[in-house]
Design a protein around this ligand. Sequence first.
Ligand code: NAD
Length: 423
Amino acid sequence: MAEELNPFKIAQEQLDKAAAVMGLDKQAHAILREPRRTIIVNIPVRMRDGRVQTFTGFRVQYNDARGPAKGGIRFHPAENIDTVKALSAWMTWKCSLADIPFGGGKGGVICDPKKFNPAELEALSRGYIRALAKFIGPDVDVPAPDVYTTPQIMAWMMDEYSTIVGHNSFGVITGKPVEVWGSEGRMDSTALGGMFVMREAAKAMKINLKKAKIAVQGFGNAGMFAYTLSKKMFGSNVVAISDSQGGVYDPDGLDLAKLELAKKTGGTVDKYKSKNAEKITNEELLELDVDILIPAAIENQITNANADKVKAKLVLELANGPVTPEADEILHEKKILDMPDFLVNSGGVIGSYFEWAQNQTNIYWKTPEFQAKLDEIITKSFKDTMDLRASYASKGKKIAPRTAAYIIAVDRVAKAMKARGWY
Ligand code: NAD
């Protein structure tokens, strides 16, 4: 049967599952099932032909009990309020699990940025901030880039907000270019965080990363850096990679120069040429006989239709929401260790936290300091998750890493709400 794939319903279902296992207080559960604040705005933009076009924008502040709301802004034609709500909930759990002083938020604008010229893109970005300026700020809600938004867009948004409040406010937004106090090390921090989780999970499962075969779905910011870093840090053998058009499998391991050439000449990685390389589909990539599978593209890739065909021992969810709740159960039953997205890809928001902390103190760090602190925080999140899982197992209750991570994250937010007298 086809699964219900409304992202906000999935987010609520995941919370309900964790709440039942941990015995969450009913009042706290009711607060946490819905966002605290949902803002919908209309943004008029003068287009190149002189006419004004109006775009719908969203900002959802899911929960701020532990600190300012934190989360990206997407510019996408298929953006909708349920996706934004779900992503803002997941940001809440992600920041809480990482134990950084933020709540969760997310934003988006329904638009097709590929059709804009730079002036229109700038006008929309500034218009979004004008519509929302009263509701954001370094101590209130701190946005960041996400799908189809860039460091340049973050710089325009920071500039607009600074103009409105009458002083420089670099800490209002993260993911900025380094020229306006973005952070060194932020570029590949999502994948690097994922690599630290992979190192720890491999240790726990006695997988030798030097010999491990890895398949990566997606060749964007997350997937491309996962590919280069797993080779650079561990000497692993990445045997398959894909993009939206399809993928390539080479049992001898893929070569970065050849991958880049395939992208440059054919536009897609499936144009990769090598003696033993063969074209594969995205579906086939997920079912390869590898040690580690890294979904790093889009949501709902491993579902109840293909989860029983996954052969990897370890799944690292670098993308957001690549495994559906029913698939999650199937992987758990098959004893495949599935490390959840809000742990594996938290390096991005941890990097954003570092950028914000530097902006707030005006003290700036170099990349090695950034990376060492990222390692410390994400390794602790991994250990917290596995320790809680082991403590449930010792009481005869087997739970998946996602449930353990949820319990930690929800418990921290519930405790903060309790201390503040919200219930
Ligand atoms: P991106 O746009 O840079 O890359 C996405 C990649 O996925 C591209 O290679 C694209 O071709 C591929 N893709 C698109 N549709 C596909 C399909 N149907 N099948 C297979 N591949 C497909 O995006 P990104 O920044 O790398 O983000 C990827 C995932 O990681 C998303 O889920 C995102 O939310 C998550 N994530 C990214 C960051 C970050 O810092 N970049 C942080 C946290 C989470």
